[in-house]
Design a protein around this ligand. Structure first.
Ligand code: FA5
Length: 355
């Protein structure tokens, strides 16, 4: 058996010399040293030998095996080293080179405006709350003194949610994408705590799209309910906001209007930044506002029917509400000069980067 073992050793060393990679190395190991390999085959003959021969041949076989394993390991280390060298050549990294800094992002134009609103109103004790953006028409209209079929509903060009062709309906009417945040008025009163001062800022939706309208926009709804709330407090709150958001030189005006859910109702105007409320600029009619004022939103003293729908007694409680569009409000800031509101949601990074 010794010559066979010698022959095996020569064959193994020659084959090992030609191995070029890990796969070749593994194949050689299996062929020679594996469980069903050539060395195992030879050693099967041991059982036919005498005890003396077994001792002698066994010891020799162990030496051969140890030698083969040792050269095998050396070759394995050499190959690993070569591979690491090749990789180092191919995948060369200059650890001293300056990194590529990712461009820092920032909050969206509308989110920045919302954060500014929240900061201002919280100074007056208004707390930001959330209400559903998909709601029942009861909260969007009916509870706001606009029963089914009320013509004023048309002004809110509302999207209804349908399952196939069928508009979804529940106990509280049809399901709508809220066309204004006023749905939060009765929802907040229903919570049953008093007095309340909330600002509900949410997405709102209308079937409108032109230079001053986007189909999805944000509204801020302010609501204060307490005992003996006055119109002067509404005006003071509006003035506080305008001076901080637009600047101390901007004036406010409440212009009589009609909303079914407030009585009396007003449009909230702010003085024009160009002509400062005069309507004239450099001897001509102001081209920015035409009459000295810009309309920001709506407001009024909450209608007794709405207070009642909120579960309160209008003899005991009253309050005011106001609401305006976040995007429109932002576009009125000095120097903004936004000619088309739709740019805000076009995801044009060149536009968004400026804010
Ligand atoms: C309302 O939606 C009332 N809920 C406001 C209100 C609240 C009145 C509380 C009284 C008491 P109006 O439909 O006018 O009112 O919308 C208010 C503001 O939302 C507008 O002045 C405008 O700033 C903004 N707005 C309305 N539609 C759009 C639109 N499609 N795109 C962008 N902004 C819009």
């Amino acid at each position: 058996m010794k010559p066979k073992l010698e022959e095996l050793k020569v064959g193994f060393l020659a084959a090992l010399d030609n191995v070029k990679d890990d796969q070749g190395l593994e194949e050689l190991r299996v062929e020679y040293l594996g469980r069903k390999g050539k060395l195992g085959d030879i050693l099967k003959g041991l059982k036919d030998l005498s005890v003396e021969e077994k001792k002698d041949i066994g010891a020799f076989a162990n030496t051969v095996k140890a030698e083969l394993e040792s050269v095998f390991k050396r070759k394995q280390a050499e190959l690993a080293h070569e591979l690491a060298g090749a990789k180092a050549q191919d995948e060369w990294i200059d650890v001293t080179a300056p990194g590529i800094a990712p461009e820092p992002g920032h909050l969206h134009f509308s989110t920045q405006a919302i954060e500014e609103f929240v900061d201002i109103f919280k100074q007056l004790g208004f707390v930001r709350v959330r209400h559903p953006e998909v709601d029942w028409d009861y909260y969007a209209f009916e509870a706001l003194n606009m029963p089914k079929g009320h013509p004023a509903r048309d002004e809110w060009e509302t999207f209804f949610i349908a399952d196939g062709d069928k508009v979804m309906e529940g106990e509280k009417g049809k399901m709508v994408l809220t066309p204004h945040t006023s749905n939060g008025q009765v929802r907040e009163m229903e919570k049953g705590y008093m007095p309340l001062r909330m600002m509900s800022i949410n997405k709102t939706y209308r079937r409108q799209a032109d230079v001053t309208h986007v189909p999805m926009f944000h509204q801020l709804e302010g609501l204060m309910i307490d005992k003996n709330v006055t119109l002067a407090q509404l005006k003071g709150t509006f003035d506080f906001f305008v001076k901080r958001f637009f600047g101390p030189d901007r004036e406010v005006r409440l212009r009589p209007h009609h909303f079914p859910f407030t009585e009396p109702s007003f449009e909230l105007d702010i003085s024009c930044n160009t002509c400062h409320g005069s309507g004239e600029f450099e001897g001509n009619r102001c081209r920015m506002c035409k009459e000295g004022w810009h309309e920001l939103g709506g407001a009024g003293m909450v209608h007794p029917n709405v207070i009642r729908a909120g579960g309160l007694d209008p003899e005991e409680y009253n309050g005011f509400a106001f609401g305006w569009g976040v995007e429109r409000c932002m576009s009125m800031k000095s120097g903004m000069n936004l000619r088309d509101l739709r740019i805000i949601y076009k995801n044009d990074i060149r536009f968004l980067k400026q804010f």
